[in-house]
Design a protein around this ligand. Structure first.
Ligand SMILES: [Zn+2]
Length: 196
């Protein structure tokens, strides 16, 4: 049975940089897919924010066919994009079956989907919404690389139950998690961007 993690209220619980055009077989990259109606600017903000804070390149991938169905169907479709060059693939989706789950992680496939409409709930504040998306992308890459929930309220990996709580957690890894992420991602073959 696939090990999955539901994110959210119901869970308690190519060519990005011109100088990085060629990759060796053992260097893996993180990838983001937009299957939602989100504006490109919003998606690119989340991508760049992840790059800046994780210090890893995050490439955009595209899926040829539109996907319908719930989060599990979306995750299944996104899994087809995963290749040996990837360390993790995260997708922004709009499930046709309404659910309050904020997302789904399929660890066995190294894939996560983020339920975009569920994060919109309760805010007309663009920045607040953007930051929710940014947090979810970073969290998803973190979990897929091997990180777990963190008790530090300033850490983006802090467990939350409501969007209000999500709005209160930090937007980056705490220093120990940042260090562990780097170590774990390196072992898995991640390449890193020069520190800025
Ligand atoms: Zn932490």
């Amino acid at each position: 049975m696939k090990k999955i993690l539901l994110i959210g209220v119901c869970f308690w619980a190519f060519s990005l940089f011109p100088f990085l055009e060629v990759y060796s077989d053992d260097e893996k990259i993180f990838a983001l897919v937009n299957l939602s109606s989100l504006d490109n600017k919003v998606v690119d903000h989340a991508r760049k924010f992840a790059e800046l804070n994780l210090s890893v390149p995050v490439h955009m991938l595209e899926l040829d066919e539109p996907v319908s169905g719930g989060l599990d169907k979306q995750a299944q479709a996104v899994s087809t994009l995963f290749s040996s060059n990837h360390l993790a693939v995260v997708a922004l989706v709009e499930p046709s079956e309404k659910t309050k789950h904020h997302g789904l992680i399929v660890y066995s496939n190294k894939v996560a989907v983020i339920n975009v409409p569920s994060l919109k709930d309760g805010t007309e504040d663009h920045q607040q919404y953007q930051w929710r998306l940014d947090r979810q992308v970073i969290r998803s890459f973190g979990f897929l690389a091997g990180r777990e929930y963190c008790s530090n309220p300033s850490c983006v990996l802090k467990q939350y139950r409501t969007l209000k709580e999500l709005d209160q957690v930090g937007r980056n890894f705490c220093p120990p998690d940042a260090q562990k992420f780097r170590k774990e991602a390196k072992v898995q073959g991640a390449q890193f961007l020069p520190r800025q």
